[in-house]
Write a protein that binds this ligand. Structure first.
Ligand SMILES: Nc1nc2c(ncn2[C@@H]2O[C@H](COP(=O)(O)OP(=O)(O)OP(=O)(O)O)[C@@H](O)[C@H]2O)c(=O)[nH]1
Length: 202
């Protein structure tokens, strides 16, 4: 009963990245679990759904902007959003090089923004132009989370990337003492796990 009375937490995510990086494919994969090859690239689309994340019901809006959107449109969408998925394709170095510019646009508008950098098209290993290490390094430099995945091949990893971002937003919204106690809970859980795995080794 108490759970039913719990409020929905609104979370607004913006997906940004260069042309053909798989932004629409990722949104559709997250919403429907299906991979659909080709889309209409002209329109911006907002997807809406609710998901349970760590006992919170999250009322999610995901905005997918086409690559050709104007800077003004991107800036107003950045103001609208709570968090960002920045996409590049591992087969397209120029899409990787575009990421710092997008992050600068975000940082100009917002302070402390939950962001996850997503390296897409990991199934196309043969055409790889950006290494996993380069992706990790950039994410570290920009202060983002990092996931390399294939929207085409794995629905679960897409969900994991979006949930990682939602968790960053939820954590930011928690009052500071709660945030500390949440971190302590995580620390204790990790310590317990470590102790257990050490015990198993012996
Ligand atoms: N092999 C492979 N192809 C993918 C993957 N994700 C997307 N694609 C393909 O990449 C192309 C572009 O995908 P979209 O989702 O339309 O890309 P977008 O970033 O929304 O493109 P814009 O609207 O131009 O900004 C399509 O042909 C997709 O089928 C993936 O993980 N692997």
């Amino acid at each position: 009963c108490a759970d039913r009375k719990k409020k929905m937490v609104p979370v607004k995510l913006l997906v940004l990245g260069a042309q053909n990086t798989g932004k629409t494919a990722l949104c559709v994969r997250f919403m429907t679990k299906r991979f659909i090859g080709e889309y209409d690239h002209k329109k911006e689309v907002t997807y809406r759904c609710s998901r349970m994340v760590d006992q919170e019901t999250v009322d999610l809006e995901i905005l997918d902007l086409p690559w050709k959107s104007s800077v003004a449109c991107i800036e107003s969408s950045i103001r609208w959003a709570d968090a960002f998925l920045l996409l590049y394709s591992i087969t397209q170095r120029s899409s990787f090089q575009e990421i710092p510019r997008l992050k600068t646009l975000i940082d100009k508008t917002k302070q402390i923004v939950p962001t996850v950098l997503v390296a897409n098209k990991a199934d196309l290993e043969i055409g790889r132009k950006v290494t996993n290490e380069e992706g990790q390094r950039l994410a570290k430099d920009l202060g983002c989370g990092f996931r390399e995945l294939s929207v085409a091949e794995a629905a679960l990893s897409v969900e994991a990337a979006v949930f990682q971002l939602i968790r960053l937003v939820l954590d930011q919204q928690r009052p500071l003492p709660d945030r500390r106690s949440y971190m302590l809970t995580v620390r204790h859980a990790l310590t317990r796990k470590l102790t257990r795995s050490k015990t198993m080794q012996w």
